[in-house]
Design a binder for this molecule. Structure first.
Ligand code: ADP
Length: 137
């Protein structure tokens, strides 16, 4: 059983999409291990998005991610990392098929509803980044 880290981004919070998206995860048999809402600080975003920090669009991503608080979710299931990425669809919502979360609710490559860990290594690091051990059940 794997656990992955999901962030509901400000577009999901603003458009009240969190319940619908969470319902898709639960309908897929995935289990909630932890959940919390918070405002993402500059320091947290610099760490979380270190792999895109040198990109010209990074300041825009920072501003977007601070428009509202975000919601972090720890979600467990067999093969959950790949399954959640499949449920989301590709990063660019415009390229995401209808029936995927980004295809149904996303706007573009930045405004794309959720972040989800992309490998076992990043999931382990991201779960530690957003949750204390006692906050996961
Ligand atoms: P993913 O979130 O699907 O793992 P990346 O790690 O490549 O994708 O990018 C991190 C986030 O940065 C994306 O979810 C998106 O919000 C933003 N992003 C990626 N590429 C672009 C781009 N070309 N323009 C604007 N924002 C982008």
């Amino acid at each position: 059983m794997e656990t992955t880290l999901i962030l509901f981004k400000p577009d999901a919070v603003q458009k009240a999409l969190v319940g619908q998206v969470l319902a898709r995860f639960e309908a897929a048999g995935l289990k909630i291990r932890g959940v919390k809402m918070f405002k993402a600080s500059d320091a947290l975003l610099n760490e979380h998005y270190a792999h895109i920090a040198s990109k010209p669009f990074f300041p825009e991503v920072q501003r977007f991610m601070q428009q509202t608080p975000v919601i972090a979710l720890a979600l467990a299931g067999d093969n959950v990392i790949v399954r959640v990425r499949d449920l989301l669809g590709p990063t660019d919502s415009k390229k995401a098929a209808k029936g995927t979360i980004r295809g149904d609710f996303g706007v573009d490559v930045m405004v794309n509803v959720c972040h989800a860990s992309d490998s076992a290594e990043t999931a382990a690091a991201e779960l530690k980044r957003f949750f204390q051990p006692g906050e996961l059940f």
